[in-house]
Design a protein around this ligand. Structure first.
Ligand code: ZN
Length: 405
């Protein structure tokens, strides 16, 4: 009985350890400083959510008047095509999160996503595949997401790890860009006044060099507030998740450029109302880099005559690639609401269904066997009834995995 899921485990373990080796390539985690001028590589990820900008609300009649998008938008072209997956993330300490609240967040996010999808269609002539929103009620608290533990982690890495665990996938196997709306506990607000950073930003999990899965992270407060430029922020952050940096990395002006990858304030939306120029267009460099991201935009081809009509030289293409996220998104294991025995190899739950009926002793014995047998898997965690009882993380003692600044 206990050994019944050992065979599939062996295969999984090999796949996982085989894949994760490759991630080491460009491991510069240029964390939060968004506007660092001296760095050529601007990871542009942790952006403040334009809190200081106040707008007049628009009426809800105007805001929801939207044609149904073309059903062909979601036609899949390749087997490894990426899906854009909107997610409401509810930490365990968000109290009284009601069904109607969930529904209204999902609905509103879905509308914004469809508008963003159409905007990319207008700009590129083809667009990404969009899934319906889902809600992830995590067993992790906001403290866990906030906590910086000295291993180069931060909220974005923790959220990414939690999501990969929830989706039972890894950064290499994921075929999704997660658009995460964080439903922060109402009694624990973020912002300068509270000395707590609001979540905002986006990046590809494995860097621009290996485009595919990615993460966008924004706050539910800005999703639900018609005074916030959520829509323009969303199209901008999606650009990051697809592998784009800010325009200044390509030698263009960050505050006046017409691109949606600028900080041009005239682009700011209000609720469902676009900012100027539909919150920005794309420059030649952005078109070119998006054309490389075949898993998200398989039909989009860069055409010099259309996307760079003046024929100027493209600036800093590879120098502006966003580096991969840190390795710890592979082995930070979220504890899913556990029943019985759960076994994780890296971010992946690998125990079979029968493990839910294990006794604690059986779980301990199986865990021990796994730790001894799969000693090349970076992280093995074992939990019983939702409580972790054993954790072995190879990477923390393996100097070759440390991040260089
Ligand atoms: Zn940005």
């Amino acid at each position: 009985m206990i050994k019944s899921f050992f065979m599939p485990l062996a295969i999984i373990a090999i796949l996982v350890s085989g894949c994760t080796v490759k991630i080491d390539e460009v491991n510069t985690d240029t964390n939060r400083d968004d506007q660092r001028p001296s760095k050529q590589i601007d990871t542009s990820v942790y952006e403040a959510n334009n809190e200081s900008n106040v707008y007049q609300p628009v009426s809800s009649e105007e805001s929801t008047a939207k044609d149904e998008p073309n059903p062909n938008l979601n036609d899949k072209v390749r087997d490894d095509q990426i899906y854009i997956q909107p997610i409401i993330l509810v930490p365990a300490d968000r109290e009284n999160f009601s069904d109607s609240e969930q529904e209204s967040m999902e609905e509103r996010l879905n509308l914004f996503m469809k508008i963003a999808q159409e905007r990319y269609l207008e700009l590129l002539g083809s667009t990404f595949i969009l899934n319906a929103p889902e809600t992830f009620k995590s067993t992790l608290t906001s403290e866990t997401f906030n906590n910086l533990d000295g291993e180069g982690q931060d909220y974005a890495h923790r959220v990414a790890a939690a999501l990969l665990g929830w989706r039972e996938t890894t950064r290499d196997e994921s075929n999704e860009v997660y658009v995460v709306i964080y439903a922060r506990p109402l009694n624990k607000p973020c912002g300068v006044a509270y000395n707590l950073r609001c979540y905002g930003g986006a990046r590809p999990l494995n860097g621009t060099i290996k485009p595919g899965p990615g993460i966008v992270l924004l706050e539910s407060r800005s999703l639900m507030d018609d005074n916030q430029p959520f829509l323009s922020t969303l199209v901008h952050e999606l650009g990051h998740a697809f592998g784009l940096t800010h325009v200044n990395c390509h030698g263009r002006d960050l505050y006046t450029d017409s691109s949606l990858m600028s900080y041009n304030k005239s682009h700011h939306s209000k609720g469902f109302e676009w900012g100027e120029n539909k919150s920005g267009d794309l420059g030649a460099e952005e078109y070119y880099i998006l054309s490389l991201n075949k898993r998200v935009f398989p039909k989009f081809e860069y055409d010099r005559s259309i996307h760079n009509p003046t024929g100027r030289e493209l600036v800093n293409i590879t120098a502006c690639y966003i580096p991969p996220m840190l390795k710890n998104i592979d082995y930070t294991i979220p504890l899913t609401p556990g029943k019985g025995y759960e076994l994780f190899h890296n971010s992946k739950m690998v125990a079979g269904k029968d493990a839910a009926n294990y006794t604690r002793e059986q779980a301990q014995s199986n865990c021990k066997w796994n730790v001894e047998t799969y000693n090349r898997v970076k992280a093995i965690r074992c939990s019983y009834n939702g409580e972790m009882f054993r954790e072995v993380i190879l990477s923390l003692t393996d100097k070759s995995l440390e991040v260089s600044p």
